[in-house]
Structures are given as structure tokens and as C-alpha cells.
Design a protein around this ligand. Structure first.
Ligand code: ADP
Length: 244
């Protein structure tokens, strides 16, 4: 479903991703963990081409972008439509209410007619538990509710893969659970997901594979029971000791 082959990305002289390869089967959940600055966000941003790597390729379904060649803006736009991204901060449009925020992508990007987009947005808001809040503006919503609108909005374009970049790290602790519940629900429905998070319990319960990154490289990967229970690498052990 999704793969990344030999991706290299640098900012100036700083090598942020060093020969990263990654494969995700349809319906699987991959969780990426690692210290701050290890390249997790950049990896996600390369998957939906918010950042363009210097070399390597990414494939989703049967579309491939090979960054060793010139990639056009249209190719990037088409490729990006396959992914839904949820950010640490919700980035909702402040002047649009919840349902308008969710409809925005389908109406402007996919040219779906407004009535259909509205029905679908209402369905998605129900799915994330916000059926009562369709006409409410972002400033009237809690952080957890805003992030659930963010998830509904990312889902509205029928992505093949959902990418989550620390979706709960800006939330007050009591609001984290409601967002993780929605994410668990998506995973249970068979959504293919790549999740960067510090929520180790979520990783243990939901991930099919956990990837530990450090300094731009994948240090270790495995089933959560193995990576958390019996980490092989010293650097993984150190990281897990620090966060536990
Ligand atoms: P993580 O998500 O693991 O915290 P990031 O992918 O955000 O790591 O960052 C990896 C490294 O790349 C960091 O050293 C960061 O400062 C650097 N970096 C990220 N984005 C940029 C950018 N746009 N310009 C320059 N350096 C960047």
C-alpha cells in the first residue's frame, strides 16, 4: 500500500533522513517513536511531499514519485490527495464552522458538490462524536474536539493512508483519550495509518509495527511486544528508559 525507498533529506548541511526505507501493508498501523529532532516529522512530511527529499522514492497504492528525477507540481498535488494528514496543532480555519471545515477539502480540491460534501462531513463528524457540534466554530471547541474535527477533515477526501504527527501532544492530558479513541476506531476499521506519537500505550495496543528512529535513521523496528519488551539496541533501551 505504502512504501518509501532509500529516502534522503537534508536541510542545508544537516542530514535529517538517512536512507530511510519503509513498507506499510494495507490496513496496518505503523507507529514511529524517537527523541525530538530525530526526523519523525520530516519523514511524515516526505510521505505526503510537504517536504521534497533529495533522493529516493515514495509509493502509495500504485502511484510512485521518484525524487531522483524532476517531480512536477501536478504530480505532487495528485500524490498528496491520497493521504490525510493530522497535525499537532489543529490548523482549522477559524472563520469556518466544524462542518464547513470538514467540507472544505472535498469542495475545493475534489470539486464534490456542496450537498454531497455536507452529508459526508456530517457523517464524519458523527463518527468522531461531534454530531452536536456541526455548526460550532473552532474557538467554541476544546482542543480535543478541534483535533477530532481535524481528523474528520483529513478523512473527508477518502485518503488511502492517514498520517498523524503527534496529534495529542498539544492537548491537556484529560483530552488525550478522546482523540486516541477516535484513532483506535479508525485502526479497527482497517485504515492504513502512520502515526508519530509519544503515547506508548497507544503504540502498544494499536501498532502492528513500531519504528524507533534516532538521528535520521531507523535504529530498530518490530512488533510492539518485541520492541518495547525486548529492545535489541542500546539506543532504543536508553530512549525507552527515559520516557518510562
Ligand atoms: P522530530 O519530528 O523527530 O522532532 P524533525 O523531523 O522535526 O524531528 O526535525 C529533524 C531535524 O531537522 C531537526 O534537527 C530540525 O531542527 C531539523 N529541521 C526540521 N525542519 C527543518 C527546516 N524546515 N529547516 C531546517 N531544519 C529543519
Amino acid at each position: 500500500m505504502l512504501s518509501m525507498e532509500h529516502i534522503n533529506k537534508q536541510f542545508g548541511d544537516l542530514k535529517v533522513l538517512k536512507d530511510i526505507s519503509l513498507h506499510v501493508q494495507q490496513g496496518k498501523v505503523i507507529v514511529i517513536v524517537g527523541p525530538s529532532g530525530s526526523g519523525k516529522t520530516t519523514l511524515l512530511r516526505c510521505l505526503n511531499v510537504l517536504e521534497q527529499p533529495e533522493s529516493g522514492s515514495v509509493t502509495i497504492d500504485n502511484q510512485t514519485l521518484n525524487f531522483s528525477k524532476k517531480v512536477s507540481k501536478k504530480q505532487i498535488r495528485d500524490f498528496r490527495k491520497q493521504t490525510g494528514m493530522v497535525f499537532q496543532t489543529y490548523n482549522l480555519f477559524p472563520h469556518l464552522n466544524a462542518i464547513q471545515n470538514v467540507m472544505e477539502g472535498p469542495v475545493t480540491v475534489q470539486k464534490v458538490d456542496k450537498a454531497r460534501a455536507r452529508d459526508k462531513a456530517a457523517e464524519l463528524l458523527t463518527k468522531v462524536g461531534l454530531q452536536e457540534k456541526v455548526n460550532v466554530y473552532p474557538y467554541q471547541l476544546s482542543g480535543g474536539q478541534q483535533q477530532r474535527v481535524g481528523i474528520a477533515r483529513a478523512m473527508a477526501i477518502d485518503p488511502k493512508v492517514m498520517l498523524f504527527d503527534e496529534p495529542t501532544s498539544a492537548l491537556d492530558p484529560e483530552l488525550v483519550g478522546e482523540v486516541l479513541r477516535v484513532m483506535r476506531g479508525l485502526a479497527n476499521e482497517g485504515m492504513t495509518m502512520v502515526v508519530v506519537t509519544h503515547e506508548m500505550n497507544f503504540a502498544k495496543e494499536v501498532a502492528d509495527e513500531v519504528i524507533f528512529m534516532d538521528e535520521g535513521a531507523i535504529v530498530e523496528r518490530g512488533a510492539p511486544i518485541d520492541l518495547f519488551g525486548h529492545p535489541k539496541e542500546q539506543r532504543t533501551r536508553q530512549f525507552l528508559n527515559l520516557i518510562n
